[in-house]
Ligand binder design. Structure first.
Ligand SMILES: [Zn+2]
Length: 56
């Protein structure tokens, strides 16, 4: 449960705002993003991996 909780309190590395959930995504894929568009994070539970994108 700690891992799931951690996913939900991630913050943007640039502006430190709490990341938002992307609606209407695959159930097996969790996407979080900065409300100002600096940062995106895709989590793939099936692959047990994260893809992070930092935008300039
Ligand atoms: Zn940001």
């Amino acid at each position: 449960m700690n891992i799931i909780k951690h996913l939900f309190i991630e913050r943007c590395p640039k502006c430190h705002k709490a990341l938002k959930n992307q609606p209407n995504t695959f159930p097996a894929q969790i996407i979080k993003f900065c409300p100002d568009g600096h940062y995106e994070k895709e989590y793939h539970p099936a692959l047990e991996s994260c893809i992070e994108t930092i935008k300039s």
